[in-house]
Structure formats: C-alpha cells, structure tokens
Design a protein. Sequence first.
Length: 246
Amino acid sequence: MAESRDTGAPGGRKDPFWNSVASFGMDDIFVLPEWISELKGEKTASVTVEESGSIPLELAALMQRVGDCRGCRLSEERNTIVFGGGNPSAGILFIGEGPGANEDIQGEPFVGRAGKLLDKILAAIDLDRDTVFITNIVKCRPPGNRTPSKDEVAACWWILEEQIRIMQPGVIVALGAPASRTMTGSSDGIGKLRGTIHRYGDIPVLPTYHPAALLRTDALKRPVWDDMKTLRKLLDELGLPRAGKD
Ligand code: URA
C-alpha cells in the first residue's frame, strides 16, 4: 500500500477516482475524514464520512481501513494493494480476478494486455474508464498469477462488500469464473453462468469471460460480444452510467 501512496494520488494518476479525491486538494488521500474536513475549512468534529455522502471520500476512508492489510498470505509477496480504479459514482462495476504483475507494480487494475483488451470491449459499447469502476475479488497479486484460493477470496471479501455498499452500482459485470462464482454464489462454470442475468441483492450481475481468456481463445469473443450487447441494453434501461462524478 505504501507504494501506491508514494506513486499515486493525486500526483501522476489520470484515473477519475483519484482525480475526484485529488480535487479536495490533498497531497495524500490516506488521511482521516476529519482532516479532509479541516482542509476544506469545515467544522471537523461533527462531519463524518457517512454524512458527507461522498463516494470518493467513503472509498478513501475504506482504503485507510484496509491500510497495510495482512489478512491473508497474498500480502506476503505483493508490492501494492490494488484497490480499484475508474469512476466510482457511475454505477457500473466491473470485477476481475486479481492483480497481475503490471497491476501489482502500478497499483491500478487491468493495465496489462488483458486490460488493453478490456478497454476495447468497453469502447465497443460506448464505455471507458470514466464511466465504469473496475476492481478485483482479491486486491493483492496471487503469486505467478494463479487463481486466488477460496480462503484468500474470503479474506478479501469484506473490502469488495464495502466497495459495493459505498458505490451502490446499478450493474455488476463479473469477469471470469472466480469473480462470477463469487458474485453469484454458484459453483457452476463460466460457460454456464454467462448468458443469464443473476442478482447480488437487488443488483443485476452479468458474468462473462475474462479478457485474458479471450487473448487465448478467439472463439470466446462472440459470446462476450453477446454479453456486452445485453449489458448495453440493461444500461440503457437503467439510465446508466450515472451523470456526474461526485
Ligand atoms: N486480471 C484481473 O483479473 N485483474 C486485473 O486487475 C488484471 C488482470
């Protein structure tokens, strides 16, 4: 986590989440909510993050709670906790599996080859990183990019659960089997889970193949395109992405 503090917000990041946090004029987002209020010249004692109603500030407070998490063995080899990135207020949440080598260094999700393909998939349905938020079921890189184990996913679940509670997305897209199983509670394979709209509470969940799988298997592009058309239709029905950046 220290690494992402040093290299990140608001310094060099282009990410809208970081930019909106940076707009509060802080050099370091890892501060207490009351410090933020102080910086904004507000009364400190009576203002809580919840009362602020600000998604970026609530997420910043969550990151502070996560701190230098040592909740599972993934913390032993990680360089950076990859919390997520994009627009947390847009109402569209993409969830991947876990950071890879590039993400572990840069502190942002989907910045490698799979991420470049994800950008193209988003662009095909008129979305981009300003209109979605992207995170993973585990926030630390599994060594060698292995699939995270059930206990690692369970140890990290509270963070994703909190992110969803704070962002209240209108739609969740689960990328690949581990994210799709985690979000649907099913043990079915991705081939079976995709093509149906599931629910996480009231929130529609669309499972689809992971972009990394598309890099290996061309034949998966067609079903993903079908899933993205379903997503586009759902977004239009729900009026997403939400306007404004909080
Ligand atoms: N694959 C994922 O599932 N997540 C990332 O952030 C990068 C690659």
